[in-house]
Design a protein around this ligand. Structure first.
Ligand SMILES: [Zn+2]
Length: 492
């Protein structure tokens, strides 16, 4: 996600940040598959029939499978805040509104099963198995449910111009150390953690709506006032859709990828399409090839600057300075590599994808001088803003906690998270580039990409890839950043 720059506390000059196709074919043969038949109703609800074909790839026999029900955090009696107090009125511009996900039927291998919902916020579907699912055994879970969208400028909800379907369906929890990871939604950051899977989706909606989605639309048919789209995606970490009756689209091809820019308000469609093309070209060369056939860059109603999903990024229509709009496009497209292809637990290690994504925008500008961004100045400002953050927090709270491996709900507020995950994360990668030199640093990123693509990275795997590629002992450097001991001094 790209958080918009915003002002906070005191009037200080703070600077806020707010493989190839055959790879896909190969990897997709051994993944879970989500099949969804979705009807989008004009009253902002979805009727969905979903089947998940899940293979137990753990070493344990499982007597259950847990799935996140993120839309339930938007319901009236949820314990979780889906937006910060600061953004509440901007999000709920028409007043408070609620969403939900209600399950009416659950089948396990075609046998009707009791619907059990638990978790910290009653946001987990706990599917109990009659017989244990042994390692490598498959199970078919069929869920019939209704989703209600809130009226909110968010990744899940509808606004004045767009209907955003992000994190709208039951998605399997990750399984680690003998248990499912069931972290709830949180207003900070992107509170998600999932593995790549295949998706076969049918969406039926009013014909006046155009759609942008993860994956590729392989067929569309119209009947009276409705249109049905067949959408397929392989080896993607999540699946999102945006609908609007206002979309215009401009497109171009970069190698095997079709880039589509969807817009309704922004005045620079060709420039934004070109930025998207430049991102894909630059990051393909720097990190490794984007393996998918589609990349949709979508202007939308969204409270923050932007949001990443596989093959689809949201760019907020509220970003009204064009250079900021460009910056958000670059940031969100960089996420296709860091979050999308190389995944991570975004609840526990937000800096891992956000810090590297922020630094990737700097690499983009370094490699595309026509954008006229002085990256030395950018780093100087970032450094100074972090040092000011530490000073202010020390003065106001007595101390500044600058450790990086904190969960989203362990930060005191949104700005502290932004400073640690984005600003300090970016400085960590800059210090690595300073130490290693540009060529070695880029080689390390390529190793990290290749070691972890379609998988899950952790701080340890990042350190391993960097040490392996550079043949240097970098553990102490990483540790001093991650555990908060490094001193960052303001520069002139
Ligand atoms: Zn981001």
């Amino acid at each position: 996600m790209k958080l918009k720059k915003y002002l906070l506390l005191l009037l200080l000059p703070l600077f806020f940040f707010a493989g190839c196709k055959s790879d896909i074919e190969k990897i997709s043969k051994n993944l879970n598959t989500y099949t969804m038949n979705i009807v989008y109703n004009d009253d902002h609800t979805l009727d969905v029939e979903q089947t998940l074909e899940y293979t137990n790839r753990t070493e344990d026999s499982l007597n259950n499978l847990k799935l996140h029900l993120y839309p339930r955090s938007f319901r009236k009696d949820s314990k979780v805040s889906v937006v910060s107090t600061l953004n509440h009125n901007k999000c709920y511009y028409n007043g408070q509104s609620f969403g939900d996900l209600e399950i009416s039927k659950l089948l396990v291998n075609d046998v009707e099963t009791k619907i059990t919902i638990n978790g910290n916020d009653d946001d987990i579907l706990d599917v109990q198995f009659q017989d244990n699912l042994t390692p490598n055994e498959k199970v078919k879970i069929a869920i019939t449910y209704k989703v209600t969208l809130p009226n909110i400028n968010h990744r899940f909800g509808y606004g004045e111009d767009t209907i955003n379907l992000g994190n709208f369906y039951p998605i399997a929890c990750m399984y680690e150390d003998g248990d499912f990871v069931i972290d709830s939604y949180h207003y900070n950051g992107d509170p998600f953690y999932s593995e790549v899977a295949n998706y076969n989706v049918t969406l039926t909606s009013n014909s006046n709506l155009k759609i942008a989605s993860t994956g590729e639309i392989t067929n569309q048919t119209s009947q009276e006032n409705t249109t049905t789209y067949n959408i397929h995606a392989k080896a993607v970490r999540d699946f999102a859709i945006v609908l609007s009756d206002k979309f215009n689209i401009v497109s171009a091809n970069v190698n095997k990828t079709k880039v589509n820019y969807y817009y309704y308000k922004n005045q620079y469609p060709q420039e934004n399409l070109q930025t998207s093309i430049d991102c894909l070209t630059t990051f393909n060369e720097l990190f490794g090839e984007y393996p998918y056939s589609t990349l949709n860059v979508v202007e939308s109603n969204f409270v923050h600057g932007g949001m990443e999903y596989p093959n689809l990024v949201l760019i907020s229509d509220a970003v009204d300075i064009q250079s900021d709009f460009t910056n958000v496009i670059v940031h969100e497209i960089a996420h296709q590599w860091w979050y999308g292809i190389v995944g991570n637990n975004e609840v526990q290690y937000g800096w891992l994808d956000e810090g590297l994504t922020e630094y990737s925008t700097l690499l983009f500008y370094d490699n595309n001088p026509s954008y006229n961004v002085d990256t030395k100045e950018l780093i100087k400002n970032t450094n100074n803003s972090f040092s000011t953050f530490v000073d202010v927090y020390t003065k106001v709270f007595g101390k500044a906690d600058t450790t990086m491996n904190r969960k989203l709900n362990e930060y005191n507020n949104e700005s502290e998270y932004v400073y640690i995950a984005y600003v300090k994360g970016m400085l960590l990668f800059d210090s690595l580039r300073e130490v290693l030199g540009n060529d070695k640093f880029i080689a390390c990123l390529q190793t990290y990409f290749n070691d972890n693509k379609f998988g899950i990275a952790t701080p340890s795997t990042l350190i391993n890839s960097f040490e392996k590629s550079s043949k240097s002992d970098l553990n102490a450097l990483f540790e001093s950043w991650i555990n908060g001991k490094v001193q960052i001094i303001a520069t002139n």
